[in-house]
Write a protein that binds this ligand. Structure first.
Ligand SMILES: [Zn+2]
Length: 71
């Protein structure tokens, strides 16, 4: 709630998980691009599920942090 001033671009925001890994957070979906646990790049199919294809890790939503623009 209270996100009405956020105009989402449909792709999602880059997020990290406690400073590690890389994901894309959209309104209701998490795409896990790089696993924060094993640092492997995820496959497309598993990435869309938000789960690591390598170690089956599924990041907790509360671990998500916005990815800074300085990368
Ligand atoms: Zn992993």
């Amino acid at each position: 709630m209270g996100q009405d001033r956020d105009s989402t671009d449909g792709v999602g925001r880059k997020v990290t998980f406690l400073g590690r890994g890389l994901g894309l957070r959209s309104q209701s979906r998490l795409t896990l691009l790089v696993c924060p646990l094993c640092s492997q790049r995820n496959g497309d199919r598993m990435a869309a599920k938000g789960t690591c294809a390598w170690c089956a890790y599924e990041p907790a939503e509360r671990d998500e942090e916005p990815c800074g623009p300085d990368h």
